[in-house]
Design a protein around this ligand. Structure first.
Ligand code: DAH
Length: 337
């Protein structure tokens, strides 16, 4: 038997000892009456005569070494104990578990949606939350005196003329098209602001994701196919999607897009207002006037755009019935994601 190996093993075991009870166990295991060292000593008479002397010495040296190590450990445990007592720490108490943090559900959904569009070749772009009146309205074919502006109630900034907190992510369309030539496929997540009274479905700040695709020959069917891919990836492959005619100043034709109700699967329930459908986004073919504002040739290029509220998507996907929960930062809510 290799005495050095045994010594190494005992040293390792002692390093892991943190209580006097565990130390006593180690002591008994090696130095006790029936311990390993007694066993080794007992085996000496069985050895050939010429091996006995050398082996006996080794076992003896091991015994002394182990005695010293145990004594040393005893002292260090005592020191630790008195230091802990001085600081009023009970080292026997269970520790306070630290729960690892997790992503906010909104961040989670943004990541998920961006990944889906990434896979279809869209790149992610962000824009500023303080915007010009031009990018938020005029560039998007919403003239100053046009009644459609009322639909986009807006926080204006007093300090800087013609600047505001963007009321949708659509102004990033204008920024993107002004800085790059087609083909262009981008997706824009971000915060938007509207002076709405707060209730279970409204906040004055929320998130949207905007998407645009511009190239030669982009058709309405491309929009449908892209959004179908998106809805099936987020809500499951059995989800149905439908387009309803609508009006947005920056698209023509425009549509609102519904998915079959994820609660009742289209039969009609309280979540979908007995309609069987849930509205999830606005979309359409980019209006030629928007192209004119950014200097794109509307005869050469066509494109589609869409925009959706992220909180709404998250509420539908996770079955959350109050938008305020997202920003109260109650850990009982947040830790579920
Ligand atoms: N900006 C619109 C809103 O906030 C949403 C929207 C609708 C964006 C249609 C689009 C679109 O890009 O084509 O209500």
């Amino acid at each position: 038997m290799d005495i050095n190996l045994i010594q190494e093993k005992i040293e390792n075991e002692l390093a892991g000892v943190i209580s006097p009870q565990a130390l006593e166990e180690v002591r008994v295991k090696y130095l006790g009456r029936k311990g390993l060292i007694a066993e080794l000593t007992g085996s000496i008479p069985m050895l050939p005569i010429d091996k006995r002397g050398g082996f006996g010495k080794e076992v003896n040296a091991l015994k002394i070494k182990v005695l010293n190590l145990i004594e040393e450990k005893e002292r260090s445990l005592k020191n630790q104990d008195s230091a802990a007592k001085k600081n009023n720490i009970d080292i026997g108490m269970p520790g306070i578990a630290q729960r690892p943090g997790s992503l906010h559900p909104i961040t989670h959904i943004i990541d998920e949606i961006c990944t889906i569009f990434n896979r279809m070749g869209f790149s992610v772009l962000e824009g500023p939350e303080v915007e010009t009146e031009y990018n938020n309205f005029t560039g998007l074919n919403i003239p100053l005196d046009h009644p459609s502006r009322d639909a986009f109630d807006t926080f204006y900034l007093k300090k800087y003329a013609k600047s505001l907190l963007r009321s949708h992510t659509s102004p990033v369309q204008v920024r993107a098209m002004k800085t790059a030539k087609p083909p262009l496929a981008i997706i824009v997540p971000g915060r938007v602001y509207r002076p709405d009274a707060v209730d279970a479905s409204h906040l004055f700040m929320f998130h949207q994701i905007e998407g645009i695709l511009v190239d030669r020959n982009i058709k309405f069917s491309d929009l449908k196919g892209t959004l179908e891919m998106f809805t099936k990836n987020v809500f499951g492959k059995d989800i149905k999607m439908r387009f309803r005619p609508h009006f947005f100043p920056f698209t023509e034709p425009s549509a609102e897009v519904d998915i079959s109700c994820i609660i009742c699967c289209g039969k009609g329930c309280s979540v979908c207002g007995r309609k069987g459908w849930l509205e999830i986004l606005g979309a359409g073919m980019i209006h030629p006037n928007v192209f004119k504002h950014v200097g794109y040739d509307a005869k050469k290029y066509t494109g589609f755009a869409f925009g959706m509220g992220i909180e709404r998507i998250a509420m539908l996907k996770y079955g959350i019935n109050d938008i305020r929960l997202f920003f109260e930062n109650d850990l009982r809510f947040l830790k579920q994601f």
